[in-house]
Structures are given as C-alpha cells and as structure tokens.
Design a protein around this ligand. Sequence first.
Ligand SMILES: C[S@@+](CC[C@H](N)C(=O)[O-])C[C@H]1O[C@@H](n2cnc3c(N)ncnc32)[C@H](O)[C@@H]1O
Length: 252
Amino acid sequence: MTAETRDAFDATSKFYDRRLPYDTRLFQQLAIELALGPEVSLLDICCGNGQLSVGFADRVKEVVGIDFSEGMLKRAPQRPNIRYLRHDLNAPALPGAVADHRFHHFVVGRAIHWLTPESLVALIGSNLRPGGSVVNCGAGWSDDTPWLEQYVALRKSYRPGQARGGRGNAGLGMAGFAQQGGVRVNKTIWCDLELLVKHALSYSSLGDMAPDEVEYFREDLTKLMEPYRADGLYQGNAVTWGAIYRRNEQLA
Ligand SMILES: C[S@@+](CC[C@H](N)C(=O)[O-])C[C@H]1O[C@@H](n2cnc3c(N)ncnc32)[C@H](O)[C@@H]1O
C-alpha cells in the first residue's frame, strides 16, 4: 500500500502545480495567529512540491519539508532555509538529521488523511515543542462552485480513488489536540478547460491514465462544462483554509 501510494504520487507530481495554490492571505494571517518570526522552525508534513514550505519560508527561521515521493520533492522550489527530506512519515522515526529536532509548529497541507493516527501521535510526542500547534491546511474548489459536484463525479467515474491512508485527523484528538481557531479565505477564479483537466490528473488515483484515456476524459469534461462556459472560461470559487489545533493542557 505504501509503495503503491508513493508511486501514484510520483506519477501525478508533474500535474501537481495545477492544484489550486494556497492564497497568500493564509500565510499572512497564520503568521499572526502563530506568532511566527526569526526563531521559529516549522515541520511541513507530507510537503509534496513544497507549496506550504515556500509560503512560510520568509516568515520563519527554517522549514523542514518531509515527503516520501521523489517526484514531488524534485519539483519543490529550493530556498536557503528550507530542507526537504524524503521519508515515509508512517515509519517510526524522522530521519537522522532531524530525529531529535523539536519544531515550534507542524503544518500539513491536503495530506493529514495519509497519516495513521498513531504516526501523528508519535510525531507530536517526539518532535513538537510543548505549546506547539498543528495546522491542518487545504486549498481547493469550495462547495458552492456550481459545477463541482459533476466534475468530481466525472473524475471518480474514471477512477473511484484509493482508500485514503490512515485518517491522521483522529491522531489530533488522541494526542489531546482540539481546534482553536484558524483562517479561511475565498477567491473567485476564472480558469480554462486545460487547468481543469490537469487539476483532475493531479489526483494520485488518476496517475496511471494513458494518453488516449486522458483524451476521452477531456472530451467528457468539455461536454459537462459547456453550460458553464463564458468567453471560453469557467468560473469557480476557491477556498484556502488553515485549522489550528492546540493541546488543551488541562485535558492532556
Ligand atoms: C495531496 S499531496 C499534498 C502536498 C502538499 N502538502 C500540498 O499541500 O500541496 C499529498 C502528499 O502526501 C505525501 N504522502 C502521502 N503519504 C505519505 C507518507 N506516508 N509519508 C510521506 N509523505 C506521504 C504524498 O507523496 C503527497 O506529496
């Protein structure tokens, strides 16, 4: 399962820049909420192509981004204060270079479901400073986007998708963490059909589509999106969020 998931992410990594980007307001607002500054170190869990790591890099001392997909990591932009490491985060301990490092905060983007609850609990226990937060982030089309339901249904009709890893969210509760605030920002986006095709292909479940199958998908999508077309573009509503989890010390 681990190797299968990793290979699927390697295969889709070339389309991953078509995922909706995190709105820059997320980083501005989380910098205030988390009191980020030149002393702070962050662990970006399942960092993928580094979108969160890069967004935070200018606001902290250092970011360590960890992911098990070589394809994703090789597309991550380099910055002097970001270290990317390849590692399976469902394996027991962090790699030697950071095994004993205590981070001020963890951030995890569109990926907490890939961790087992036990892995997240262990990671919090060994590598998060007391008082540190875990921020569960995401960016995508918001539910009020008129064509979203049909678009997702079409994507799933090609591949239903893998059962998602370990549902790490449960680990937050197990470690005594509860949501205490967060950030949510919306934006209207106009996009072309090619973005919607590549966005769909960025899902690990569609990584093995052959070129002719991609063509069928493009044709089906063109028909599906026809009623929503305006001047050759489609309007969607994007949402970016970051939910801040902190330990309620009295419960822990
Ligand atoms: C949907 S992508 C999210 C990437 C990035 N965090 C973002 O916000 O765009 C999920 C990432 O989780 C990584 N991943 C999944 N399971 C993992 C594991 N067990 N160990 C390390 N990385 C893992 C995948 O390789 C992939 O890059």
